[in-house]
Design a protein around this ligand. Structure first.
Ligand code: HIS
Length: 412
């Protein structure tokens, strides 16, 4: 028989779903405490928009669909771009400056052809380009990592402009630039030197570029080292921006969670300022990416400073499972009611009252087996008595209201 399975490992079971739901509610709660409001964007986007915008997802990685009128669409490959378009076109209001989303994005890289769909939980903050906002956004990411129980996570902070400024002085063609970016990204010190020597660039620019992969680690050390390769005022400003952000992170008490990496290069090319990636143990890829992208709005004819990030939810789940950070399994329901036929009316009325008060209830006639299902309480209705049982108590009650009162008292 044909097995119509497209993506086997995406068929998650109920337990995985519950754990995912718990994770998402933690993320939502945290984002909300920083004043962010949830939004969504359309699943279908115009292919033309993505192909005309500079610095977006690689065209080959987008998943295209054709609608009934023959128009080419793409499945949402990124959320930052449509949200940026939405806010720049609608104009900034107090309500749309701080937005968050939990949405699927669709991309298919050649390296990971099976992965087409992943969930991102992200935030975007529009309308302010201060170091305070950069730091607050980074702090929010750190706070979220802490909520999820990761003890050993790191945020690597860099700057999209630092590398770009240096590179401009080297006059590389597109192909050379791509190769150099790949070498720097993989910190391939062995190959960088010969690669740069065969290009026609100034000696001191070459030495400066060569030192970029080493600009990694303790922020204070990196800042000191970077000072020695500064070549113009823009680079000086960039370094000052990094210093400012670091000082504010120190004020938050978050300095131990960050390292500086001036060789950091993010996938998206729309970044113009500070950029960052988040890492946890045993996951070879960043589980979080973000940064400042002040120039993206200009492509919708409306400049708008903005900064944001997105967590890769599927990678987070993988990490949580690996590190066994998920809480022990919670009861499936609050109360299981067992009843005899003679007590049916009383038992079902009790179930109604409890459910009406927000409790999760399952009912079983004549002790029909429900032993597999975990519940915090069992309520028994039989000829002789009505009894509420939990690990801690065993108490009699005579009507639904009394049962509810008992449960409420126990929970307080
Ligand atoms: N959209 C980016 C993440 C991001 C959100 N905001 C800023 N950057 C990505 O998919 O990598």
């Amino acid at each position: 028989m044909q097995r119509y399975v497209i993506d086997n490992n995406k068929n998650t079971n109920v337990e995985d779903f519950q754990m995912r739901d718990m994770l998402l509610s933690k993320l939502k709660k945290r984002f909300t405490t920083y004043g962010y409001k949830q939004v969504r964007t359309s699943t279908f986007e115009s292919y033309d928009m993505y192909s005309n915008i500079i610095g977006t997802v690689n065209k080959d990685e987008m998943i295209k669909v054709i609608d009934t009128s023959g128009k080419v669409l793409v499945l949402r490959p990124d959320v930052t771009i449509p949200l940026n378009r939405m806010t720049t076109l609608n104009g900034l209001t107090p309500d749309n400056q701080r937005l968050f989303y939990i949405l699927d994005v669709f991309r298919q890289s050649h390296a990971e052809a099976d992965e087409k769909e992943s969930t991102q939980a992200g935030i975007e903050c529009f309308g302010d380009n201060s170091a305070e906002v950069d730091s607050e956004v980074i702090m929010m990411a750190i706070h979220t990592f802490q909520d999820l129980g990761f003890s050993n996570f790191k945020l690597e902070i860099g700057h999209a402009g630092f590398f770009k400024e240096l590179i401009q002085q080297a006059n590389l063609n597109e192909h050379e630039l791509e190769s150099l970016q790949a070498l720097i990204q993989s910190k391939n010190l062995v190959d960088i030197e010969p690669f740069l020597s065969q290009l026609n660039i100034d000696e001191d620019v070459r030495v400066a570029i060569q030192s970029i992969p080493m600009l990694y680690g303790n922020p204070e050390n990196v800042i000191d080292q970077a000072k020695s390769i500064i070549r113009n005022d823009s680079m000086k400003e960039i370094l000052q921006n990094l210093i400012d952000v670091y000082e504010i992170l120190q004020a938050y008490g978050a300095e131990n969670s960050v390292v500086f990496n001036l060789g950091l290069i993010n996938n998206m090319n729309y970044y113009s300022g500070i950029i960052f990636q988040g890492f946890v143990d045993n996951i070879g890829k960043p589980v979080l990416m973000g940064g400042r992208y002040d120039n993206l709005g200009k492509q919708f004819n409306q400049p708008s400073p903005a900064v944001g990030f997105a967590f890769e939810v599927d990678l987070l789940i993988h990490a949580i499972q690996q590190q066994e950070l998920a809480q022990p399994q919670s009861p499936v329901v609050d109360v299981i009611i067992h009843y005899n036929e003679s007590k049916q009316q009383e038992a079902l009325r009790s179930a109604y009252v409890l459910r009406d008060n927000g409790l999760q209830v399952l009912t079983y006639l004549n002790n029909k087996s429900a032993t597999q299902i975990r519940s915090s309480y069992i309520a028994e209705f039989n000829e002789s008595q009505n009894k509420l049982i939990s690990r801690k108590i065993e108490k009699n009650f005579s009507n639904p209201e009394e049962l509810l009162a008992l449960l409420q008292k126990e929970e307080n």
